[in-house]
Design a protein. Structure first.
Length: 372
């Protein structure tokens, strides 16, 4: 079994390091000469894709956060309203659906019962169903009108890592394909996204290199009882995912917040020494959001928070207010979650290890939940 782990102490560690290939294998063959083309979507017919006037993404757990991140990109490029719903909530709310609705399910295993039942529900109502799945010929892609596979390779650890970044990649490709077919994507945007994809594996590889720094941080924080995560825009669902990872494998109370929401309630939680991870957007490419996040950092710091800032390398604005700074490679703003989530994955893994827990097999959880 040690051989299967490729020399790592856990499958999760191995899978974190496999993310550069997981994302590359997912976009390979789908971005050619700066043009995004997903044959499985083309097979649905251009007319059908042009008629879509609303997209509902359904998923559970980590896949739902990939869905939330994907929603920003799909709306940006395809100009279709996108909402994200948990599969088990979607089915029981009597959802408003029409033949021009597209339901995109996201599932690593393709066997999650809640998501499968939601897909069947949508299909029975004549909705176009697209599956983003990591497992060839699983039930959900077989039940769907189109399957866009992520090529992350088998994921063994219960806590999802490489499937998550591959899911974001696949959803971005769907957004670009839809945008091109619908005429809402400018050639400049398509070229910019294609070049972001090209640089992505190297950027993710650099993010993987934060391991040693994060291991030290986790070592000092081994007796932490609660951790908060803050982000804005695509950084918000990334924060939610960082918190989920910590709950899942380190059994630590953790919550993610939209940074702008702080002053509307969560700031009351900030007390002396409270660790807070803050996902800081690029100062060059997102100057307005960057300055807003820096003010959020100042607000929590003034109330005693211990700030761990995840910043673009070269960003010095945060330095005076952060206790720890984790530097990320330069990426297009929409692609930030794909690098920023990596240190959060390492942090959960290292904290779990520091507490002597089983990283790959957390208590009470299953890799794939095949009951409702
Ligand atoms: C379980 C796993 C999670 C996963 C979720 C969705 O709860 O423990 O890690 O995110 O199911 O799984 P899926 O296979 O549908 O992506």
């Amino acid at each position: 079994e040690a051989a299967d782990k490729g020399g790592w102490s856990s499958f999760m560690a191995k899978e974190i390091t496999e993310q550069p290939e997981a994302v590359a294998n997912t976009f390979r063959g789908r971005v050619v000469d700066g043009r995004v083309e997903i044959p499985e979507l083309s097979a649905l017919g251009e007319e059908r894709l042009r008629e879509v006037d609303r997209i509902v993404i359904i998923a559970c757990g980590t896949a739902s956060y990939a869905g939330q991140i994907g929603a920003y990109a799909i709306e940006r490029w395809a100009r279709v309203p996108v909402e994200v719903q948990l599969s088990h909530e979607f089915r029981y709310r009597d959802p408003v659906l029409s033949p021009s609705t597209m339901v995109i399910s996201v599932s690593q295993s393709g066997e999650t019962m809640d998501t499968l039942m939601a897909v069947k529900y949508a299909k029975d109502r004549g909705v176009t169903t697209v599956s983003v799945c990591n497992t060839q010929s699983a039930t959900i892609p077989r039940e769907s009108d189109a399957a866009v596979y992520t090529h992350a390779g088998p994921e063994v650890a219960v806590a999802s890592t490489k499937a998550f970044t591959a899911q974001i990649t696949a959803l971005y490709l769907i957004g670009l394909h839809l945008g091109r077919v619908r005429g809402t994507l400018s050639p400049e945007e398509e070229a910019q996204a294609a070049s972001a994809f090209e640089q992505l594996p190297q950027a993710v590889a650099e993010a993987v290199e934060t391991h040693e720094q994060i291991a030290q941080l986790a070592h000092w924080m081994a007796d932490t009882r609660s951790v908060l995560f803050l982000g804005r825009h695509v950084g918000y669902p990334t924060a939610l995912e960082g918190a989920l990872k910590l709950k899942e494998i380190a059994y630590i109370h953790a919550e993610g917040f939209a940074a702008g929401e702080l002053k509307h309630g969560p700031i009351a939680l900030i007390d002396h020494g409270q660790p807070v991870f803050v996902l800081v957007p690029s100062p060059r490419r997102s100057p307005v959001m960057h300055s807003k996040v820096v003010s959020n950092i100042q607000e929590i710091r003034a109330r005693g928070a211990r700030v761990i800032a995840i910043v673009e390398k070269g960003d010095t604005a945060v330095l005076p207010y952060a206790d720890d700074v984790i530097r990320m490679p330069l990426t297009d703003p929409l692609f930030e979650p794909l690098v920023q989530v990596v240190p959060l994955q390492w942090f959960a893994l290292e904290l779990s290890t520091a507490k002597g827990l089983d990283v790959d097999q957390p208590r009470n959880l299953a890799k794939s939940v095949t009951v409702e």
